[in-house]
Write a protein that binds this ligand. Structure first.
Ligand SMILES: Nc1ncnc2c1ncn2[C@@H]1O[C@H](COP(=O)(O)OP(=O)(O)OP(=O)(O)O)[C@@H](O)[C@H]1O
Ligand SMILES: [K+]
Ligand SMILES: [Mg+2]
Length: 682
C-alpha cells in the first residue's frame, strides 16, 4: 500500500471528498455539534424559528409565503455551507485515515519467552515489555525499540517513502513502528505500546481530526465572535420596539435576516476549517502534529535548536582510524578499544569492534567466558567501558576522559590532544581510550553532514530564524560541523539538561523556540520547546516528548512547518478582517429596506439602488451565505505566504481583506438583486 500517493495526489476538491463532505454537512446539523460554534449555532436557531413560523403562517395563511420561504431556505444553506467547509477540511484526513487502517492488519508475532524459548502470538495480544523477534520479510507486530541487531526496514506504510531505512539497537535510530516491514536481517524488539495505543492508532486519530482540540487562539477568537454576536442580538431585539413605535413593525423573518447578516458568520463558518486545513497541510508534508497550539507557535518561532548527530549529520558514526599515544602500538589501542566495545550496543561501539577486526585481525571475543563488568554509555557521563581481569578500560568524549584521567592524577598527554584536534578539525568525533590511568590514544569516528543543509539554513535566516546546533560532542568538532552546515551558532559538550536550559533561557527572553532532535538525550529539550519536532527515525522517548513527528526525519522540515504556521495565522487574520468588514455593506442593504417606508430620508443609504425592500433583504442574506462557499478554497489552501517582514504582510492583508471586505459585498449584493429581480419578472 502506498499512502503517499494518496497523500500527495488527492486534491482538496476530490469528488469523493466532496460527496462525503455533503453528507457530513447535514450530519453536523445536530445541535450538540453546532453548539461548539456559537455564531453558527445562533444562525441554526434562527433557521429553526423561521421554519416553525413558516409552517404556522402557512396554516393561518398569513405573511409573504414566497419571501419567507426563500429567507428560511437561505438561512439553512448558511448553516449547511459552514458545516460543509469544516467537512471539506476534514475530508482529506479521513480518506488518509481509511488508507492507514488498512496497514493495521493482524499478524503473528514470535514472542521470546526466555532464552531460546519462543511462542507464536497474534500481534493484538502483545503488551508493553514483550520481546519479539522479527526476521526479513516479516511485518513488525507493534511499536518498539530494537534491543538487538540491525535491519533495513520498509516504512512506506507510514511515511509513504519507499527507500528502506536502517533501524538498529543502541543508538538514536532504534524506534520501529508496528505495521512496517523488515527487509533484511533479524532484529529483536522490545514492545513499547499496547494495542490501541500505537503510533498508527494515534496517527489515524490525528489525520482524522478525532482528537483535535481548539487552540487558545481559536478559543480567544471564538469568545470575541460570541461577544459580537450577543451585541448584535441585543441591537436587533431592541430595534423592534423602536420599529413598532415608528409605525414599521418588522416580521421575525426580517429581524433574523438582519441579525444573521450582522453577526460575523463568514469567519464563524470558516474558523474551524482553517485550523483543520493547517494541520492537514502539515500532514501533506509528512509532519504529524499532536497539538494545534504548536502549529500556531511555529508561525512565530524565533530560534531553532538542532542536535548535531543524526539531525544535521547522517548520524551513522563509524570508527575509521586508531591514533595511538606515544609508546602505544596501534594494535594495543585497537585491542583495548575493541574489548571495551564488545558489549557496547551503540552504532559507535559496534563500528569500533568491526574496525579492530578488519585492521588488526583481532578476533571477536566471547564475552560470556570472560569475567567482565560492562559500563554502558550514557549521555550524562559521555563514556563507556569495561572492567576485566584487573584492566579498567574507558572510552569517551574528550573532556569526559580528560576529567577522568585528571582525577587519577595522570593528565592527558599533549600528543593525544593533538590527535584529538586533528580528528575534530575534520569534523570527526574523537573518542579517547584510557586503560587504568593512562591514555592509549584516539578513535576517529566519522560522520557526514546531510546534503543541502547550508541552503536550507540560509532560508531559515531569511525568515528571521536563528539556528543553533547543540551537541554532546567537543567544541572543535562542533565548530567544524557548524561551519560546514552553516548554522548561526553552536553549543558543545552539552548534557541533556544543558539543551533544556538553553531553551529556557531563550524562552525567558520572550522568544519562541523550536527544537529538532532524535535522541533520548534530546527528549527533555523537545518537551520544553514550544515546537518540538522529533525525527521519525529517532528513539521512542524523543517521539513521545515532542509535539510533532517528522516522518521524513528531515531536520530542515521546520522551514515548511514555519511557513504553514504563518500561513495559518495569516489566513485566520485575513478572513476575520474580511468577515467583519463585509458585514458593513449588508447594513446598507437592510436598514433602508426596513425603514424606507416610514423614513424616506433613509433611502439616501440605499446607495446600491436595490429593486425593492424584499429583494434587498433577500440579496443580503443570499450574499452572506454564498460568500462562505466562495471563501472555502481560500480557507483550505491558505493565503499565499511569502518570506516578508510581518509589518509588510499585515499592511498588505489589511488592504486586500479589509478594503476588499467592504467593497466586494456592495458589488455582490447588487448583482444578486439584479438576478432575483430578473427571475421574478420572468
Ligand atoms: N558508545 C560510546 N562510548 C563512549 N563514548 C561515546 C559513545 N558514543 C558517543 N560517545 C561520546 O559521547 C559524546 C556525547 O554523545 P551524545 O549522544 O550525548 O551526543 P552527540 O550524539 O555527540 O551529539 P548530539 O546531541 O548532537 O546528537 C559523543 O560526542 C562522543 O564523544
Ligand atoms: K454575517
Ligand atoms: Mg544525538
Amino acid at each position: 500500500m502506498n499512502t503517499s500517493s494518496n497523500r500527495k495526489t488527492r486534491s482538496l476538491f476530490d469528488g469523493e471528498i466532496l460527496r462525503r463532505a455533503s453528507f457530513d454537512a447535514v450530519r453536523k446539523l445536530s445541535p450538540i455539534v453546532m453548539m461548539r460554534n456559537p455564531v453558527m449555532f445562533v444562525v441554526e436557531i434562527g433557521s429553526v424559528l423561521t421554519t416553525i413560523l413558516l409552517v404556522v403562517d402557512g396554516v393561518r395563511k398569513i405573511g409573504h409565503f414566497g419571501f419567507d420561504l426563500q429567507i428560511t431556505l437561505w438561512l439553512w444553506f448558511t448553516v449547511l455551507f459552514a458545516n460543509f467547509a469544516e467537512a471539506m477540511a476534514e475530508g482529506r484526513g479521513k480518506a488518509q485515515a481509511d488508507a492507514l487502517r488498512k496497514a493495521k492488519s493482524e499478524t503473528m508475532a514470535v514472542r521470546i519467552v526466555k532464552d531460546d524459548v519462543t511462542e507464536q502470538v497474534p500481534s493484538s495480544k502483545l503488551r508493553v515489555g514483550d520481546i519479539v523477534r522479527v526476521v526479513a520479510g516479516e511485518m513488525i507486530p507493534g511499536d518498539g525499540e530494537v534491543i538487538e541487531g540491525v535491519a533495513s526496514v520498509d516504512e512506506s506504510a507510514i511515511t509513504g517513502e519507499s527507500a528502506p531505512v536502517i533501524r538498529e539497537a543502541g543508538g538514536d535510530r532504534s524506534a520501529v513502528t508496528g505495521g512496517t516491514r523488515v527487509l533484511s536481517d533479524v532484529i529483536v524488539v522490545r514492545i513499547t505500546s499496547n494495542p490501541g495505543e500505537t503510533f498508527l492508532d494515534r496517527m489515524i486519530a490525528l489525520v482524522e481530526g478525532a482528537e483535535r482540540q481548539k487552540t487558545p487562539n481559536e478559543i480567544a477568537l471564538n469568545i470575541l465572535l460570541s461577544g459580537l454576536t450577543i451585541i448584535f442580538l441585543l441591537a436587533v431585539v431592541t430595534l423592534q420596539p423602536f420599529a413598532i413605535y415608528s409605525g414599521a413593525p418588522q416580521t421575525i423573518f426580517v429581524l433574523i435576516s438582519l441579525l444573521v447578516c450582522l453577526i460575523p458568520t463568514t469567519i464563524g463558518a470558516l474558523l474551524s476549517a482553517i485550523g483543520i486545513a493547517g494541520m492537514d497541510r502539515l500532514v501533506q508534508h509528512n509532519v504529524l502534529a499532536t497539538s494545534g497550539r504548536a502549529v500556531e507557535a511555529a508561525g512565530d518561532v524565533d530560534t531553532l535548536l538542532l542536535d548535531k548527530t543524526g539531525t544535521i549529520t547522517i548520524g551513522n558514526r563509524q570508527a575509521s582510524a586508531f591514533l595511538p599515544a606515544p609508546g602505544v602500538s596501534s594494535a594495543q589501542l585497537a585491542d583495548a578499544a575493541q574489548l571495551s566495545s564488545l558489549p557496547d550496543e551503540t552504532p559507535e561501539g559496534r563500528s569500533i569492534v568491526v574496525l579492530a577486526k578488519e585492521k588488526y585481525d583481532l578476533r571477536g571475543r566471547e564475552l560470556a567466558s570472560l569475567n567482565a563488568q560492562f559500563i554502558p554509555f550514557s549521555a550524562m557521563t559521555r563514556m563507556s567501558g569495561i572492567d576485566i581481569d584487573g584492566r579498567i578500560i574507558r572510552k569517551g568524549a574528550v573532556d569526559a576522559i580528560a576529567n577522568y584521567l585528571e582525577k587519577l592524577g595522570n593528565p592527558m598527554p599533549k600528543e593525544v590532544r593533538e590527535s584529538v584536534e586533528e580528528v575534530a578539525r575534520s569534523g570527526g568525533t574523537p573518542l579517547v581510550v584510557a586503560e587504568n590511568n593512562r591514555a592509549l590514544g584516539v578513535i576517529h569516528l566519522k560522520d557526514i553532514v546531510k546534503g543541502g543543509m547550508r541552503e536550507r539554513f540560509e532560508q531559515l535566516r531569511a525568515m528571521g530564524i536563528r539556528t543553533i546546533m547543540i551537541t554532546g560532542d567537543n567544541p572543535l568538532t562542533a565548530a567544524a560541523i557548524a561551519r560546514e552546515a552553516g548554522v548561526d551558532d553552536f553549543l558543545a559538550e552539552a548534557k541533556p539538561k544543558d539543551k533544556m536550559d538553553l531553551i529556557r533561557r531563550e524562552q525567558a527572553q520572550g522568544k519562541l523556540v523550536a527544537m529538532t532532535g532524535d535522541g533520548t538525550n534530546d527528549a527533555p529539550a523537545l518537551a520544553q520547546a514550544d515546537v518540538g519536532v522529533a525525527m521519525n527515525s529517532g528513539t521512542q522517548a524523543a517521539k513521545e516528548a515532542g509535539n510533532m513527528v517528522d516522518l521524513d526525519s528531515n531536520p530542515t522540515k521546520l522551514i515548511e512547518i514555519v511557513a504553514i504556521g504563518k500561513q495559518l495565522l495569516m489566513t485566520r487574520g485575513a478572513l476575520t478582517t474580511f468577515s467583519i468588514s463585509n458585514d458593513v455593506a449588508k447594513y446598507f442593504a437592510i436598514i433602508p429596506a426596513m425603514f424606507a417606508g416610514v423614513f424616506p430620508v433613509l433611502n439616501a443609504l440605499n446607495i446600491m439602488h436595490l429593486h425593492s425592500p424584499e429583494s434587498a433583504i433577500l440579496s443580503a442574506v443570499i450574499f452572506n451565505a454564498l460568500v462562505i462557499v466562495a471563501l472555502i478554497p481560500l480557507a483550505l489552501r491558505g493565503v499565499a505566504y511569502k518570506a516578508l517582514p510581518a509589518a509588510t504582510l499585515l499592511k498588505k492583508n489589511l488592504l486586500v481583506y479589509g478594503l476588499g471586505g467592504i467593497i466586494v459585498p456592495f458589488v455582490g449584493i447588487k448583482l444578486i438583486d439584479i438576478v432575483i429581480t430578473l427571475v421574478h419578472l420572468a
